[in-house]
Design a protein around this ligand. Sequence first.
Ligand SMILES: [Zn+2]
Length: 281
Amino acid sequence: MRNALSIVLFLTLTSFAAAQQFGGPAVPVEKWTGKTIMLIGAHADDDANSHGTLALLQAHGNQVYIVTLTTGNVGTQDPNLSRTQLAEIRRKEELAALSELGIPGDHYINLGYDDGLLEFEDRKAVVENLVRWIRKLRPDVLMAWDPGKNYQRWHKSDHRAAAYLAADAARAAMWRLLFEGQITQEGLKKYMVPEYLFYNDYDHEDENTSVDISAFVDKKVNAFSHYISQYGPGWKHYNPNPPEAEVKQLKDDARSRVRMKDGKPIEGFRYYKGLPDALGK
Ligand SMILES: [Zn+2]
């Protein structure tokens, strides 16, 4: 009996400790201010999962930066668009979307890799590039595709690559002797990212944080309506000035996808705090 009781007590304490360690942030995201937030994504629109949260953070006096790895120069079914044209369109759309969220254009950083083939790039070069931006921006919070809790998470190709590249870069940024030239030649300093918000587009089982985006749903919906080359008829036949009905349809679709929890619109994340080596816990 005494043993059974100790086991119950042990299990209760360890699950409490786990909840403390891997629960949401001590200060809710809705109350964050004065922080630098850096989001790493593969494509223009990867940040759309988090647009309500990004608008909220921007409105609450945080500095939000979006680092997108590829130019998005492949993802179309329109037979008339070239890669160069598509890259230009995706950049314009992303800047318009970020502007709806109040994020300034010079906070959008595109690293220029080719869409669809991110995992075949030279990983060391991409990580070095990301480490440079982490050391420059010194984010309090890094947002990225979730590389997985305990085990790797499957994502479609570029998202899978972006998840690991972001996690690998966060880890590398803290070591002075990795990409040492950035420190000895470029005046940067090593940096350890202290907090993370991982996003994911459809599988929410690892989430431990919900952000109430009630006041920012309209901004999220309006931002999404700028991705006309990625969704709706513009995916097959791009029209830079789509009819109003098409834009309204994009907005309606975006609004219908907003997640609800306890009667409030939310976005969900897996929050992690600590050494990058344990990101998967
Ligand atoms: Zn994407």
